[in-house]
Design a protein around this ligand. Structure first.
Ligand SMILES: CC(C)(COP(=O)(O)OP(=O)(O)OC[C@H]1O[C@@H](n2cnc3c(N)ncnc32)[C@H](O)[C@@H]1OP(=O)(O)O)[C@@H](O)C(=O)NCCC(=O)NCCS
Length: 187
């Protein structure tokens, strides 16, 4: 694909309570709300309470992605079940002018963190049928489609399907280098 992003320009750091206002503004954008299971507009007290829980619970691990030191988006793991070695992820790019391809780069780093940092072995991701970009991102990263939950989510008058994806540690280990070369330049 010949993308020209530098790996070293991206960094993941832990989400903190100090990120509340920024992440709430990101999360409340209509395009991001539409891609989430919870799509109402979130208030600051509700969001702050959620961050409090998200940063003090070992069944989840949330992160901010920075590009050249500027926060651009968030990726988090939740429903972590150490006993089964699995967890789910959720993510968005919050800054509308983030460099093209930031989503893929952020998820690359997040997958590394999930498998190597957290030592888990199965990463699950859901994509609502109205969000083909998310489905494509999962497929490009090597996720397998485990199934489709039909008419699973009500959005206005419509019932939407949800595509269930999974990526396994052994698959990531063997596909990672190729993914790296696709997403990042050698500079
Ligand atoms: C899904 C989301 C994270 C994708 O982020 P993004 O930065 O747009 O990510 P991508 O890496 O897919 O890049 C976008 C496009 O640029 C292309 N691209 C990727 N890297 C590129 C690069 N370095 N240079 C040029 N183009 C590039 C991709 O192929 C993609 O094209 P496509 O849309 O035709 O597939 C973002 O759109 C988002 O936050 N959406 C709302 C929230 C959401 O859907 N979350 C997922 C819930 S499951």
């Amino acid at each position: 694909m010949g993308f020209d992003l530098r790996y070293g320009d991206f960094r993941l750091r832990p989400l903190t309570v100090a990120d509340a206002a920024m992440t709430m503004a990101w999360r409340n954008q209509p395009s991001i709300r539409a891609s989430m299971y919870t799509d109402h507009e979130i208030r600051l007290d509700e969001h702050t309470a959620w961050i409090g829980r998200a940063t003090s619970n070992d069944t989840c691990s949330y992160h901010i992605c920075e590009y050249r030191g500027r926060p651009i988006g968030s990726v988090g793991f939740y429903a972590i079940e150490r006993r089964h070695g699995r967890g789910e992820w959720t993510f968005y790019i919050g800054e509308p002018d983030a460099v093209r391809g930031s989503g893929g780069a952020m998820l690359f780093m997040a997958a590394d963190h999930f498998f190597d940092g957290l030592g888990l072995s199965k990463l699950c991701g859901d994509a609502i049928s109205s969000n083909p970009r998310s489905a494509r991102l999962h497929e490009n990263l090597g996720f397998e489609l485990e199934g489709v939950r039909l008419r699973h989510l009500r959005r206005g008058d419509e019932m939407l399907d949800v595509r269930l994806y999974a990526l396994f540690a052994d698959k990531w280990k063997s596909a990672r280098q190729q993914q790296f070369s696709t997403l990042f330049s050698a500079r």
